[in-house]
Design a binder for this molecule. Structure first.
Ligand code: NAD
Length: 415
């Protein structure tokens, strides 16, 4: 076998992982079927922003291929393919199935197959059973299968790959050991468990965050109903209270949180609970649009200039996938508003900051990028959009201290 490891799927999870393996001295084959990804990597250019990886890509060697079947020449194969959810709440394993079928006739004794993608409970056992059924292997003896979930957050990969506990769930005797041997050079502590516990730990890491963030968002909507200030209520809850605290509101989505809950929900004993969590987050864009409409009154949003600040799904990342900004923009466009968008981080071309906010009737902070938290940002809105501009900021990034505030009120408050 020519390579120590083959990583299949060079996306936001697979590429930094492949680079980290290469940096740890392993010979690595990276596979992706997207020609644009391979072209960028051949020019040693990162296809997306992930701090620390540009330097790694310039320094380490990565062999590349567009064929999953070429992975069969590696001692270990790591699958980092996307695992979306169908809209009717069921894991879509299409990419994993397709790559497994490519590899199936070529797999050799002693090879390790690792699922690094986020999967529904039972998927690792399914993959092991699939190999046994179609090739007659005994998993754990002839070939090895393990789930080693990725729990690193976007933009934190290089900071966390060497420290975040690496959960390893191996099938049968030997698989956990082989997977631990593969990941040990990355330096993080290895925690061995069963495959299903590894799967549950990963999805519930994200479900916990998703459910936790829903509470301040629901509170924000409650506060609007009772004409209360959510930031003041949160401060009253948390201040010097010794039993934990509530988080802060915001647009919560992204490619993981928005779908990982479905991997529990698809077979839930309490169907609807996590769906309700999702509906809270999914209703925040409409809540903001309705809040604007109520305040602007009569003529609605038609031909009113609305600046949306931020397209990314979270602060300072360039990842727009599954961002609620897009939903917010679509809702505003359906009101016939004139929407101007500015994002200083994403690759999608957007208007400049000053152009977007100039003469805006409404400015909505959709992503809490650090650029919007500088004091100059609010001052620029006051100068360029004027005293009558309505500032909508569920993050309190601009520091208005209210979800909906007219510039004139904010200036008055600060005087
Ligand atoms: N993005 C994150 O922050 C994050 C964090 C933790 C876990 N995860 C999980 O990791 C997995 C991957 O996520 P991602 O964000 O890296 O996805 P991604 O879409 O960025 O990457 C997947 C890559 O696989 C490639 N691909 C698809 N089919 C292929 C095939 N047949 N052969 C070769 N390549 C193929 C695609 O071109 C793409 O580049 C998902 O299960 C996700 O839930 C993601």
């Amino acid at each position: 076998m020519q390579h120590d490891v083959c990583v299949i799927g060079l996306g936001r999870v697979g590429l930094p992982l492949a680079l980290s393996f290469a940096d740890a001295g392993l010979s690595v084959l990276g596979v992706d079927n997207d020609p644009d990804v391979l072209a960028a990597l051949r020019e040693r250019r990162m296809p997306f922003k992930e701090p620390g990886t540009d330097e790694l890509l310039a320094r380490v060697d990565l062999d590349l291929s567009h064929r999953a079947a070429d992975g069969a020449d590696a001692r270990s194969i790591v699958l980092t393919l996307g695992t979306p959810s169908f809209s009717h709440i069921e894991i879509d394993m299409g990419d994993i199935r397709s790559v497994l079928d490519d590899l199936l006739p070529l797999l050799q004794r002693d090879q390790l197959v690792v699922l690094r993608s986020t999967v529904a409970p039972g998927t690792t056992e399914f993959v092991a059973g699939y190999l046994e059924k179609h090739r007659g292997f005994t998993v754990g003896e002839d070939v090895f299968v393990a789930h080693v979930p990725e729990r690193i957050a976007a933009d934190r990969f290089m900071a966390e790959i060497g420290t975040l506990p690496c959960i390893v769930g191996g099938v049968g005797e030997g698989s956990g050991e082989r997977a631990a041997e593969l990941f040990a050079p990355l330096g993080a502590p290895i925690v061995q468990t069963s495959p299903v516990q590894a799967e549950l730990a990963k999805i519930w890491t994200n479900i916990f965050r998703y459910a936790t963030f829903a509470l301040p968002n629901l509170l924000m909507m409650d506060c609007e109903r009772y004409d209360a200030n959510v930031f003041e209520v949160i401060d009253l809850i948390n201040r010097d209270y010794p039993r934990g605290g509530i988080g802060r509101p915001g647009l919560t989505a992204g490619t993981c949180l928005r779908k990982d809950f479905t991997f529990s929900e698809e077979k839930s004993n309490a169907p609807g609970m996590l769906l309700a969590v999702s509906r809270v987050h999914e209703s925040v864009p409409l809540f903001l649009v309705d809040g604007v409409k109520r305040r602007l009154g009569g003529g609605g949003l038609r031909e009113r200039k609305i600046a949306v600040l931020g397209l990314a799904f979270k602060a300072d990342t360039d990842d727009e996938r599954d961002s609620l900004s897009h939903k917010l923009i679509r809702l505003l466009e359906r009101e016939l508003a004139d929407v101007a968008v500015h994002d200083p981080v994403v690759a999608t071309p957007t208007s400049g900051f000053e152009e977007a906010i100039g003469d805006a009737d409404v400015v909505i902070v959709a992503t809490n990028h650090s650029a919007f938290s500088r004091p100059q940002a609010l001052r620029a809105v006051a100068e360029r959009a004027g005293a009558d501009c309505l500032v909508v900021d569920p993050w309190n990034a601009l520091g208005t201290g209210q979800v909906f505030a007219y510039v004139s009120e904010v200036v008055a408050l600060r005087a």
